[in-house]
Design a protein around this ligand. Structure first.
Ligand SMILES: [Zn+2]
Length: 200
């Protein structure tokens, strides 16, 4: 009963086609942050930041029919993604399931897909999107662009200075104020960091 109600509350009819409301919210949020999302289906969209490829999946079913990584490649194109963000009422059930498919593919067939999975709960979509986007951006900072040298020595190896790969000012729904988000990484050792400075 609960899951039936949950299902109806997250799907509405648009020209007779069921549309995941979460996907519209993701498109809206990315636009707010200056990123363009491209739809790849009713419940899936992709966005790029530099050469970092992000996928956002808002499944309408509580559980997908995926049995192996080949399905994941076909339906969600995971082999072309750096980060897959799953938006769902129980995202971590899906994150765990897909992670286990990825692990099995690696262990049994030697297929290594370098995709990071993140989950957002539909009930805290706004703050969840902000957090997930931040975590996605810091996943592979070098893909965001060439970056600029900073004066901060790497706290991990001390051999090099950190580079700043992205810096953006926006209104944070989590901190309820303006913030500056900065993405740093060390070219020498791979240390990476995301810093949030509150302006208000
Ligand atoms: Zn370092």
């Amino acid at each position: 009963m609960d899951s039936a109600l949950g299902h109806f509350s997250k799907v509405f009819l648009y020209f007779g086609v069921p549309v995941a409301v979460e996907c519209d919210a993701v498109v809206g949020y990315l636009k707010e942050r200056g990123l363009e999302a491209r739809r790849r289906g009713l419940d899936f969209l992709v966005a790029s930041v530099g050469s970092l490829r992000l996928g956002f999946w808002c499944p309408r079913e509580d559980f997908p029919g995926f049995d192996d990584v080949e399905d994941l490649k076909k339906v969600l194109g995971v082999d072309a993604l750096d980060v897959l963000v799953i938006v769902s009422y129980r995202p971590y059930v899906l994150v765990d399931y897909i992670n286990s498919l990825l692990e099995r593919a690696h262990r049994w067939y030697g297929v290594k897909l370098d995709v990071k999975l993140l989950g957002i709960s539909s009930v805290e979509l706004e703050t969840g999107l902000e957090e997930a986007l931040g975590r996605a951006l810091v996943e592979k900072p070098q893909k965001l662009g060439p970056g600029v040298e900073t004066e901060y020595r790497c706290p991990q190896c001390g051999k090099d200075v950190l580079r700043l790969y992205r810096q953006e000012r926006f209104f944070s729904k989590k901190y309820r104020g303006r913030v500056v988000e900065s993405i740093y990484a060390c070219p020498a050792c791979g240390f990476k960091a995301r810093r949030m400075d509150l302006l208000d």
